[in-house]
Design a protein around this ligand. Structure first.
Ligand SMILES: [Zn+2]
Length: 671
């Protein structure tokens, strides 16, 4: 499952378009980020192209670097599987556009510019479908213009694989996919309309010629890892395994996993062995054995996800999309999570609510903060920000799961988002500057507390063991609000300095940055509700509720206008914290006592309804800033340094800062 770290709490979610929910930074030195290096590389239509950095890699021991290097090769080796899963023509289409981009000499400049735009969108989305809308995007050229570009590039050295066709025949065959928005328009269509078939209406390559009716009475043996094909009136499972479908890619993946094994710690080596076995046999029992071995490897400093994992592309929700991720634990940030968890009892004892609702024995929740080195297939260039696996419910119940927060992805989201948003909604330049300097750090710290000591805290009154059943539709928003309030309350506590998670010198700025950002968000988030006058989403409700309650019950926040624009201004941090403590006490009481009426009143008064005119104003201001809808990442590049005997003596990391260069390199296309 992909989980958004801040906004998610186990609810499946993708990163919020254009504005990441959370934003981490170095724990010990929030004021010393890695200089002014480049994060936002370019914009392509509504996408942002962003460089991902993995700062901790260089200081890992050689054994771990070598392990990561081989796993990185394994992740790259499977990359094309996912592109082929997206659409049966996608790899051929990619070859055409990559050859033109790589050998552009003699191509008409306007044609080339359009092909470059299309190529970048294709790379970011792993095919011709927009990853947010699932709809096809097309090449805005005439078929003749593409043909001319192909001819020119061939003269310049481009090579086109044509098989038994001529290049013209090949282009004619691919033309409907390149140019016609009505041919295979949607990659995954779960609601195609009455009388239509979800498999027939979906353009992906997980099925061929199959409709839902064909599945009646058919026993699927390889649900997760096969393509289902109807041939001569019969259903055939083309199993993804070393001697089956995608066998060449899988064999290459296995080779790199084998090379990685000697550098892995025993529990991880065991998991890699299980994965290799599964790739060879494709059998369900081996997949399950792998899931178990993977989840039991809890302490490895390096980890990988490599396989057919998430099922979102399949309208049936059965077939796995291939993905490859490699990452190492960000010890510094994980340390902060662990430090908070270790002091969970202290925080519990100091919760600003009635002592009878404090837990005598509280355990903080532990997860890992990680830095990703590479993400391919279903997980890159567009990436989740949190992951919780395995998906197999029976394994989860018996063996648990592993949760990771992708720290460097979050950081890159944050650093690449245009400062315009902060500036537009900050009352003063100082506030905007504080957000720039400390917002990343304070946001992530508050999120950590939300997760680690927020959700884990509190106890129920006698006979009220199931607050969810009592509070019903307001429960989720109340619980998210409770966790947020715990973070907001303790971020201003000197205890954080004492236990070393906040530098004393920056504490005041961190408090202000968090309170100001939280306040601004009540206004800025209205852009997401473009119709109606009600907030539906639970996290948005709780955030609206907290700010509006503080406005009604404290003097911490003022609504001001300037040049016809509305601002929410946090003017008194002490009053803010005092109010947060009071509200938290009440929210905990509501939860502990299952007081549904009070919960309903709280959200109805402060959390749900908003002024449409104010929303329209916010939408207009945000649209003017031209923010991207989604981001795709250029991955770090690893290079092995080998000694005389061929053994790896070092692995260096570099940052290409160029999507085109990286993609051509991945495809093995040289200019
Ligand atoms: Zn939560």
């Amino acid at each position: 499952m992909l989980v958004a770290w801040l906004a998610g709490c186990s609810s499946p979610a993708t990163p919020q378009p254009g504005a990441p929910p959370s934003s981490p930074a170095p724990a010990t030195s929030p004021s010393a980020p890695a200089g002014d290096r480049k994060y936002l590389l370019e914009r392509v239509d509504d996408a942002a192209v962003v460089q991902l950095y993995a700062d901790g890699f260089a200081s890992l021991p050689l054994k771990q670097k070598t392990l990561i290097y081989h796993l990185y090769q394994a992740a790259l080796a499977g990359r094309d599987i996912f592109i082929d899963q997206k659409h049966r023509d996608a790899l051929e289409m990619r070859e055409v556009i990559e050859q033109i981009v790589a050998y552009p000499s003699g191509v008409d400049p306007a044609t080339l510019a359009e092909i470059q735009r299309y190529a970048k969108l294709f790379w970011l989305n792993n095919g011709p479908y927009n990853n947010l809308t699932a709809r096809k995007f097309v090449l805005k050229l005439t078929p003749d213009a593409l043909e001319a570009a192909v001819a020119a590039s061939a003269k310049a050295g481009a090579k086109y694989r044509t098989g038994s066709e001529t290049i013209d025949q090949k282009l004619a065959r691919l033309a409907p996919m390149f140019f016609d928005p009505n041919v295979d328009p949607i990659v995954t269509n779960k609601t195609p309309g009455p009388g239509k078939d979800i498999l027939q209406a979906s353009a992906n390559n997980l099925y061929s010629g199959v409709s839902m009716a064909d599945l009646t009475g058919f026993t699927e043996k390889y649900g997760l890892n096969s393509r289902l094909v109807k041939r001569d009136g019969r259903l055939i499972e083309e199993v993804y395994r070393a001697d089956g479908k995608y066998g060449a890619y899988i064999t290459e993946i296995i080779k790199h996993l084998e090379a990685a094994k000697p550098f892995a710690e025993p529990p991880m080596a065991k998991a890699l062995d299980a994965l290799i076995r599964f790739y060879r046999t494709g059998e369900e029992a081996d997949r399950k054995a792998y899931d178990i071995a993977w989840v039991q490897d809890k302490n490895s400093p390096v980890d990988t996800i490599n396989g057919f994992i998430e099922v979102y592309m399949d309208p049936r929700g059965v077939k796995g999309s291939w993905e490859g991720l490699v990452f190492y634990v960000n010890q510094e940030k994980t340390q902060r999570i662990k430090t908070l968890a270790n002091h969970a009892q202290w925080f519990e004892d100091h919760m600003p609510w009635d002592a009878k609702y404090r837990k005598p024995n509280v355990q903080g929740i532990v997860a890992n903060a990680i830095d990703v080195v590479v993400e391919t297939g279903d997980s890159g260039p567009v990436t989740p920000i949190g992951i919780n696996l395995p998906n197999d419910q029976s394994v989860r119940e018996q063996y648990g799961s592993k949760s990771v927060a992708l720290s460097n992805v979050n950081e890159a989201y944050d650093k690449s988002s245009p400062g315009g948003m902060r500036g537009e909604f900050s009352w003063t330049a100082e506030e905007a500057e504080r957000a720039r300097k400390f917002g990343t750090f304070s946001g992530e710290l508050t999120t950590d507390m939300h997760e680690v000591i927020g959700h884990a805290s509190g106890r129920q009154a006698e006979g009220k063991a199931n607050p969810q059943a009592l509070i019903k539709e307001h429960f989720s928003a109340l619980e998210e609000g409770r966790a947020d309030l715990v973070g907001l309350y303790f971020i201003a506590d000197p205890k954080l300095v004492e236990i070393g998670v906040v530098p004393a010198a920056d504490h005041q700025d961190i408090i202000l940055a968090e309170y100001e950002a939280y306040t601004r968000n009540a206004l800025v988030q209205l852009r997401r509700v473009r119709e109606g006058t009600q907030i539906e989403e639970d996290h948005m409700r709780n955030r609206q509720m907290i700010v509006r309650w503080l406005m009604a019950n404290t003097r911490a926040i003022e609504s001001r206008t300037r040049d016809g624009k509305t601002y929410l201004v946090m003017v008194d941090a002490k009053a803010f914290r005092e109010g947060v403590g009071r509200l938290l006490a009440e929210v905990q009481r509501i939860k502990s006592e299952g007081d549904a009426a009070a919960a309903a009143k709280l959200f109805d008064t402060y959390g749900i309804h908003f002024d449409a005119k104010l929303r329209d104003e916010v939408v207009a201001r945000v649209d003017k800033l031209n923010l991207p809808s989604y981001s795709g990442f250029v991955m770090p590049k690893l290079t092995a340094v080998t000694g005389a005997n061929g053994a790896i003596t070092d692995v260096t990391i570099s940052y290409p800062q160029d999507l085109t260069k990286q993609m051509l390199e991945y495809s093995g296309v040289r200019r």
